[in-house]
Design a protein around this ligand. Structure first.
Ligand SMILES: *Cc1c(COP(=O)(O)O)cnc(C)c1O
Length: 394
């Protein structure tokens, strides 16, 4: 980084201090690479936090955006809009759900789902979420989020929401009863450190649902749309959700989220109950349709699955070679966590010096979210450099 570059000072001067910025200035992106203004080429294994599923400057996305932008960029939701309907139809086909509501972001999709649950079950019934979960930053979503660091300073939050311990079957059994409206969960937690629902928890959740008829809301904002090698994270498990929230990759890089519901909940909202000025933006929906066609019509999922397995296997070899550094390797497809024995911020910097961009979450979990188009030689480049960094650290 050029320390004299005024953009870093101006960022501090003009913007609220909410993000810890990475000290490089990006000029553009192409495929799985980001290029900095000082002409370095970085392999991006973070993909805009799972937003850039097809990497950067994908021609199909760009074409869809240009084509729709030449017709109309915004159309009030007072009008029917072709791009919304096309994308909704595709989402229903992929998910087996019944209906769609479009938002601009993940947290708004979660808000929509909370309102739907409240309206259907009434305000007294309890919503359950899990420790270490992340569901967003707005008040409803934050009330579900099971991370003290995000919640503190912002109470009081919504009432009648309870967090239970991740994968704790006893707590699940003790807390769920006829007063339960819904259980919100990420089958594969993102921000929490790639924590995966256990088969026992999956089994028990399914069993309790049959007994008490609450709704299961799958937060697939990070894990959905092919990230794990299947359409959704929950496809790796038995439990079938009643509501699904998605966002991140959905708009091909443009802001777009959605709530999907099964038939049972598809008539809960009546005109006026919920809405959004920008929700379901036509350019974002067109990009979304192009994205889904690329992911689901091109054999990409099979590649994500296969290369994800390869990456996990290779990382497990590194774990055996560096047992004092790596505690665990877990994940599906291209959503992988490497739990380190200590804080991993340092590893992110060392990898960046080797022109590889990765992320560290929940203190000690290296998180890999490569674009779905990543190929084996790029994975090998990552593995080579990760091995080098581990050798330096040992
Ligand atoms: C990112 C994320 C959200 C919040 O999405 P925003 O678009 O940032 O509001 C919610 N849940 C999960 C699992 C996420 O990864």
């Amino acid at each position: 980084m050029n320390k004299d570059n005024p953009i870093f000072d101006n960022e501090k001067k003009y913007l609220l201090n909410t993000y810890k910025r990475i000290p490089i200035e990006i000029s553009h992106g192409e495929g799985v690479y980001l290029y900095s203004k000082d002409r370095k080429k970085y392999l991006d294994f973070f993909a805009g936090l799972a937003v850039n599923a097809l990497g950067y400057s994908h021609p199909a996305i760009q074409e869809a955006i240009n084509e729709q932008a030449s017709k109309y960029i915004h159309l009030s939701n007072y009008y029917i809009s072709d791009p919304q309907i096309k994308l909704a139809e595709l989402l229903i086909k992929i998910s087996g759900m019944s209906k769609v509501f479009f938002t601009n972001s993940g947290t708004e999709a979660v808000e929509a789902s909370i309102k739907l649950i409240r309206k259907f079950y009434g305000p007294e019934k309890q919503i359950i979420s899990l420790s270490d979960s992340f569901h967003g930053r707005t008040y409803g979503s934050l009330s579900l989020t099971g991370r003290e660091a995000y919640r503190k300073n912002f109470e009081p939050l919504l009432q009648n929401i309870l967090q239970i311990k991740h994968n704790n079957i006893n707590e699940l059994e003790n807390e769920i009863n006829k007063n339960t409206a819904a259980v919100f969960l990420e089958f594969i937690q993102g921000e929490g450190g790639i924590n995966i629902i256990s088969d026992e928890f999956d089994e028990k959740l399914n069993e309790l649902k049959t007994k008490f008829n609450f709704a299961i809301v799958a937060d697939e904002i990070q894990s959905g749309l092919g990230r794990t090698g299947k359409a959704f994270g929950f496809n790796h498990f038995k439990t079938k959700p009643d509501l699904i929230v998605i966002a991140k990759a959905l708009g091909g890089g443009l802001p777009l989220g959605a709530l999907l519901t099964i038939e049972k909940y598809s008539e809960v909202f009546k005109p006026g109950d919920h809405g959004s000025t920008f929700g379901g933006n036509p350019v974002a929906c067109s990009a979304g349709t192009a994205l889904l066609n690329e992911i689901f019509e091109s054999g990409l999922l099979e590649q994500v699955s296969r290369l994800g397995n390869y990456l996990v296997n290779e990382l497990n070899i590194l774990k055996n070679n560096f047992p004092s550094l790596i505690k665990d390797v877990r994940g599906f497809g291209f959503m992988i966590g490497i739990e380190m024995a200590y804080d991993c911020a340092n590893i992110v910097s060392l990898m960046r010096e080797k022109n590889v961009l990765i992320n560290c979450t929940n203190t000690n979990v290296v998180r890999l979210l490569p674009p779905l188009i990543t190929e084996k030689e790029q994975i090998d480049y990552f593995l080579y450099n990760f091995n080098e960094v581990l050798k330096e650290l040992k």
